[in-house]
Design a protein around this ligand. Structure first.
Ligand code: HEM
Length: 324
């Protein structure tokens, strides 16, 4: 483990030194190198502690970054609290998000080390990367320099986030509206190799798919039967592993499941309905992780660029749940 750490630190330093350039969105690797050099190490250390105590928190922390970026860009608007239930975190698709306490704990440590310097939006991006890396997934250099937004509306989550019942045309259109490609869609959907889902996100596929009391014919029959044994009609509390048997490990098994018609959501299965995304699923299902891992890092960097605030825009929040 020690040698991995030395290698990693060297890698981060090399990347930071070699890439002082700012990308088109105004972000760069190592943004805090002068203002808070220990920021990324503080986050990684805390994430090591969190994941060793609760490995299942990796999944919701990754999802938090996705849900933040897809609504108003990666500006930490997902973390804002409201008095009357009107913030993004109160939106229906976000009610199953978890991990806010981890972000707050890290923010407190960073405020002690470097007050008013590290944005909550960057913390979410770095936490998502570390969460994946610490459960055997890829490591990628996170571009930083995001600032925090001051607006958060629950209503925007209804139309901004992709639906688990979307067909491939709808999912591709949703991703395209954020500047992401069909390849990003199939690569980032690979995040469903970790984590759990509540029954309502897919139970329509089990009981009444066309309104005639039938199951979705595109779902493997044995798998549908197993899911029915877990999710009774109207069950809104049970959690199902999205990648049974390896839901705590980041690997390519999601693609193996989708290829076997065992993807949990309509939107997972829909990846087989487009030539490009289907070819990707089948290639990863047959292969090992290197291509997926490299692609995942690249698509996460693209996702992390969506609608970012930089320079004098927004602010650096003192507490992630509140505008200053
Ligand atoms: C077409 C795109 C996507 C759709 C429709 C979708 C939908 C969903 C749904 C419905 C859940 C289960 C929520 C629940 O019932 O508890 C879920 C879980 C999850 N999603 Fe996605 N998702 C998509 C893309 C992504 C992307 C891009 C990422 C990250 C890069 C991601 C990461 C996750 C993770 C890690 C979980 C498990 C969360 C947990 O264990 O708490 N998803 N997704």
């Amino acid at each position: 483990m020690a040698s991995i750490n030395v290698f990693l630190n060297l890698f981060i330093i090399l990347i930071a030194l070699s890439s002082s350039s700012v990308n088109a969105q105004g972000l760069k690797v190592g943004f805090y190198q002068k203002t808070c050099p220990q920021a990324e190490a503080i986050i990684l250390k805390e994430m090591r502690r969190v994941i060793s105590l609760a490995p299942t928190l990796g999944a919701p922390l990754l999802r938090l970054h996705f849900h933040d970026c897809f609504i108003r860009g990666c500006d930490a608007s997902i973390l804002l609290n409201s008095k009357n239930g009107t913030a993004e975190k109160d939106g229906i698709p976000n009610l199953s998000l978890r991990g806010y306490g981890v972000i707050d704990g890290i923010k407190t440590k960073l405020e002690k080390a470097c007050p008013g310097v590290v944005s909550c939006a960057d913390i979410i991006a770095l936490v998502a990367r570390d969460a994946v890396f610490l459960i055997n997934g890829p490591f990628w250099p996170v571009l930083t320099g995001r600032r925090d937004g001051m607006v958060s509306n629950a209503i925007e989550t209804i139309f901004g986030l992709p639906s688990p019942f979307a067909n491939i045309t709808q999912s591709k259109a949703n991703f395209a509206s954020k500047g992401l490609s069909a390849k990003d869609l199939v690569v980032l959907s690979g995040a469903h190799t970790i984590g759990t889902s509540h029954c309502p996100s897919f139970s329509l596929r089990l009981y009444n798919f066309t309104g005639k009391g039938d199951a979705d014919p595109s779902l493997d029959r044995q798998y549908a039967a197993r899911l029915r044994s877990k999710c009774k009609p109207n069950d809104i509390t049970t959690l199902v592993e999205m990648d049974p048997g390896s839901f705590k490990t980041f690997d390519t098994s999601y693609y193996k499941l989708v290829a076997k018609r065992r993807g949990l959501f309509v939107s997972d299965e829909a990846l087989l309905h487009d030539p490009e995304t289907k070819a990707y699923v089948l290639r990863q299902a047959a292969g090992t992780s290197p291509e997926f891992f490299k692609d995942f890092g690249e698509s996460m960097v693209k996702m992390g660029n969506i609608g970012v605030l930089t320079g004098k825009q927004g602010e650096i929040r003192k507490q992630c749940g509140f505008v200053n």
